[in-house]
Design a binder for this molecule. Structure first.
Ligand code: NAD
Ligand code: 89Y
Length: 343
C-alpha cells in the first residue's frame, strides 16, 4: 500500500465543508492542514474535522511543507495569487470554480503550473453528477445515434444568497457562478464550441448581476445546443440544484427530467430510469446531487495524481469552459455571435 496523499485545504467557508467531508471518503487521501484568513472559520472547521495544523496565511502553510497537494476552496479573487504560490512550491493543486475572473489570470495559472511541472485541476464538478454521467453513458453506447441538438437547463427560484451572500454583490452573477457548470456540461456532452450567442437580464432588483441567461452554442461537431439558466424562476416544485438535459440524436432522444428521471426513446420504444443520486451519509437534500459530485471529482483527482494522468477538468481544459463564460458576457453586451477561440 502506498502512503496516503497529504493534502491541505485553503479556504474553510460555505462550500469547503463538503470538500472536507468528501476527502474523508476518498481512499488514500488525508487532509493534514487547513488555511483560512478568517480565524473564526479556521477554528470552527478545524475543530469539526479534527485537523490540528492551522494557518491564517498560505505562505506559512507552504513554508512548513509536508504536503502532496493543495486544494483551494476560496472565492475567485484569491485564485491566481494562491495557485501561483502553490506552483512556486512545486505542489499539485486543485482550484475551485470559477477558475478566474479573466482569461489572462486563467492562462497565467495554467502556465505557472505547467512551468513548475505540477498538475492543476479545476473543481468543475457538475459533469460528475450521477444523472449527468448517466446521460453521457447513453451517448457513449450510441443508442440515440449522433446528437444534433441539445439543451442544458437550470431554472430555479432557490435562495442561493442566504448561504453565499457574495453572489448578490458582483456585477457578474449567474453565468460566472452557475452557468459555468452548465456550459461545461454542454462541452462534456456535445463537444467543443465554435460560436456562442447570449442574452441576459436581471429580474431580482436586490442583486447587482444578471440572474437569467439564455445561450445558443454552435458545437464543432455540427450540433446546436441551448444552455439556459435562471435564479428568477418560481416553479410548482423547486428543482434546485438539478440540471435538466435534452438530447435529440439521429436514432432517438434522451430526456433528463425533474425528479432525476432519465427517458431514452428510440424506434423500438422508450425506457425510463430513476437516476437520482445517492444521499451520502454526510449530505443533505437538496444539495446531495452536488455533494455526491464533489466526492466523484475528488476521487478522480486522487486517481489521476497517483497515475500521473491529466484530470478531465484540468486547468488547460477549463480554459475552454471559461472562454464560453467570457463569450457569453461579450455576446450579451454586443448582441453578436462570439467565437470563443478569439478570447
Ligand atoms: P466563502 O466566502 O464562504 O468561503 C471562502 C473562504 O475562503 C472564506 O472563509 C475566506 O475567509 C477564505 N479566504 C479567502 N481568501 C483567502 C486567502 N487568500 N487565504 C486564505 N483564506 C482565504 O465562499 P464559498 O461559498 O465557500 O465559495 C468558495 C468557492 O466555491 C467559490 O469560488 C464558489 O464559486 C465555489 N463553489 C463551488 C460549488 C461547486 O459546486 N463546485 C458550490 C458552491 C460554491
Ligand atoms: O456557487 C454555485 C455552484 O457552484 O453551485 C450552486 C451554487 O452554490 C449556487 O449557484
Amino acid at each position: 500500500m502506498s502512503p496516503p496523499l497529504r493534502g491541505a485545504l485553503v479556504g474553510c467557508g460555505f462550500f469547503a465543508v463538503n470538500q472536507l467531508h468528501a476527502w474523508r471518503d476518498v481512499p488514500g487521501v488525508e487532509i493534514v492542514a487547513l488555511c483560512d484568513r478568517d480565524i473564526a472559520r479556521l477554528a470552527l472547521v478545524g475543530d469539526q474535522f479534527g485537523i490540528g495544523r492551522r494557518y491564517i496565511d498560505a505562505d506559512a502553510l507552504l513554508a512548513d511543507g509536508g504536503l502532496d497537494f493543495v486544494d483551494i476552496a476560496t472565492t475567485v479573487a484569491s485564485h491566481r495569487p494562491l495557485v501561483e504560490r502553490v506552483a512556486r512550491h512545486r505542489l499539485p493543486v486543485i482550484c475551485q470554480k470559477p477558475f478566474a475572473a479573466t482569461m489572462d489570470d486563467a492562462r497565467a495559472m495554467v502556465a505557472a503550473c505547467a512551468d513548475a511541472g505540477v498538475p492543476l485541476m479545476v473543481h468543475e464538478n457538475f459533469r460528475w453528477q450521477s444523472p449527468i454521467q448517466a446521460v453521457r453513458a447513453v451517448l457513449d453506447r450510441g443508442e440515440i445515434g449522433t446528437p444534433f441538438w441539445g439543451r442544458v437547463s437550470f431554472r430555479s427560484g432557490y435562495d442561493v444568497f442566504a448561504g453565499q451572500p457574495y453572489l448578490a454583490e458582483g456585477s457578474r452573477f449567474i453565468i460566472e457562478d452557475l452557468g459555468i457548470h452548465s456550459l461545461d456540461v454542454a462541452r462534456y456532452l456535445f463537444g467543443d464550441v465554435s460560436g456562442l450567442t447570449a442574452r441576459t437580464r436581471r429580474v431580482n432588483p436586490a442583486i447587482r448581476g444578471e440572474d437569467v441567461a439564455t445561450m445558443l452554442l454552435d458545437h464543432a461537431s455540427g450540433a446546436t445546443s441551448v444552455v439556459d439558466c435562471s435564479y428568477a424562476t418560481t416553479l410548482g416544485e423547486e428543482p434546485f440544484p438539478q440540471t435538466l438535459v435534452e438530447v435529440d440524436g439521429t436514432l432517438g432522444t434522451i430526456r433528463l427530467s425533474a425528479g432525476y428521471r432519465l427517458t431514452v426513446a428510440t424506434a423500438t420504444g422508450a425506457t425510463e430510469t430513476d437516476v437520482a443520486p445517492p444521499l451520502l451519509p454526510w449530505a443533505a437534500r437538496p444539495w446531495h446531487n452536488i455533494q455526491e459530485s464533489v466526492l466523484a471529482i475528488q476521487r478522480h483527482w486522487s486517481e489521476c495524481l497517483r497515475a500521473g494522468r491529466e484530470p478531465q477538468t484540468s486547468g488547460r481544459d477549463n480554459l475552454k469552459t471559461l472562454a464560453l463564460v467570457e463569450a457569453a458576457y461579450a455576446s450579451a453586451a454586443s448582441l453578436q455571435r462570439i467565437d470563443p477561440d478569439t478570447l
